[in-house]
Design a protein around this ligand. Structure first.
Ligand code: SAM
Length: 298
């Protein structure tokens, strides 16, 4: 096939058994087109070999001998398509990422939410693009606070936390809710002491998220590009380091949808390199670096 490139010998040795699957420029363009249409993610040319090494194990498992045949087969195989999407997403995340967001949440937003909770109202939080869970666990620990007894009392109220992602692999990690102990060192010590528990593990020491925190969070597979099944508004939405992979039109559409999914006075937190632009600027006011508030509150 003209223009085809066999993967470099390095990549072949990473994924033994796929050498017959010649991987060409056209295959990469098809993969990039599929993934953009399905998820909004733009795969740049730099990701060409990364796409190869992430997908080659799935091609090998399929028994098909070329990427082209594998890509053809996806049309009738939504389950494998889900795995392809999961393989091509970037799930990098960590506890207490961008600490200024959690400081703002703790000092400005949390007192408002506690008042609402004490008055018997629902408090609704969404981590959109939650990856392996570090973001929603950090947020819930900050919400429950450093005093475990007070936090447990709060947890008996009407707190509703949704954490969603398109990647089934990332969601499996989030639901498992245990991490290397070193990963939790980024958390403020009082929160770690209050809300982390030893997890059984051979080898490296691991910590789990306290079952009382876990009980508050519902994890869902959700493609942000599709329909959203939630019909009620949220008080807080975190969507951080997700939109960086999207083109500008997709970002603007998405941020407007987030703005409309917020209750008046609700807060949107986005990643440090992301911006609100387009129609959403009429709905949101900036209240801190990459923190926005839905207009229309008292
Ligand atoms: C880099 S992680 C960010 C995780 C976390 N929000 C943070 O800031 O640490 C980006 C996540 O967005 C998810 N994602 C990408 N496109 C998506 C889409 N169309 N719908 C839902 N999730 C998506 C990826 O699967 C990935 O887990």
């Amino acid at each position: 096939m003209q223009g085809s490139v066999a993967p470099s010998s390095d990549s072949q040795s990473m994924v033994p058994g796929v050498s017959p699957a010649i991987y060409g420029e056209a295959d990469f363009r098809r993969i990039a087109g599929l993934i953009h249409a399905e998820t909004g993610i733009v795969l740049s040319e730099r990701k060409k070999m990364l796409a190869y090494s992430r997908l080659a194990p799935l091609v090998r498992r399929s028994g098909l001998t070329s990427f082209g045949a594998f890509l053809d087969s996806l049309r009738d195989d939504p389950r494998t398509m889900t795995e392809v999407v999961a393989a091509l997403t970037t799930n990098h995340t960590y506890f207490h990422r961008e600490p200024h967001h959690f400081e703002h949440f703790e000092t400005v937003v949390r007192p408002e939410l506690l008042q609402r909770a004490q008055a018997g109202a629902d408090v609704r939080i969404w981590s959109a693009g939650c990856s392996t869970g570090e973001e929603i666990w950090t947020l819930m620990m900050v919400l429950l606070g450093r005093d475990r007894a007070a936090g447990l009392k709060l947890a008996r109220g009407r707190l509703i936390a949704l954490a969603s992602d398109i990647s089934i692999n990332a969601l499996a990690g989030a639901r498992a809710a245990h991490y290397p102990a070193s990963a939790l060192e980024a958390l403020p010590e009082p929160l770690r002491r209050a809300w982390c528990v030893p997890a059984n593990a051979a080898g490296e020491p691991r910590l789990g998220i306290d079952p009382a925190v876990q009980a508050l969070v519902r994890f869902r597979e959700l493609n942000l590009m599709g329909e959203w099944p939630m019909n009620r508004a949220f008080d807080v939405i975190f969507c951080r380091n997700v939109m960086i992979y999207f083109d500008i039109a997709t970002k603007e559409r998405l941020v407007e949808r987030f703005a409309r999914q917020l209750a008046p006075g609700g807060y949107l937190y986005i990643g440090h390199s992301e911006r609100v632009s387009g129609a959403a600027t009429a709905l949101l006011e900036p209240v801190g670096p990459t923190i926005y508030r839905r207009k229309g509150h008292a």
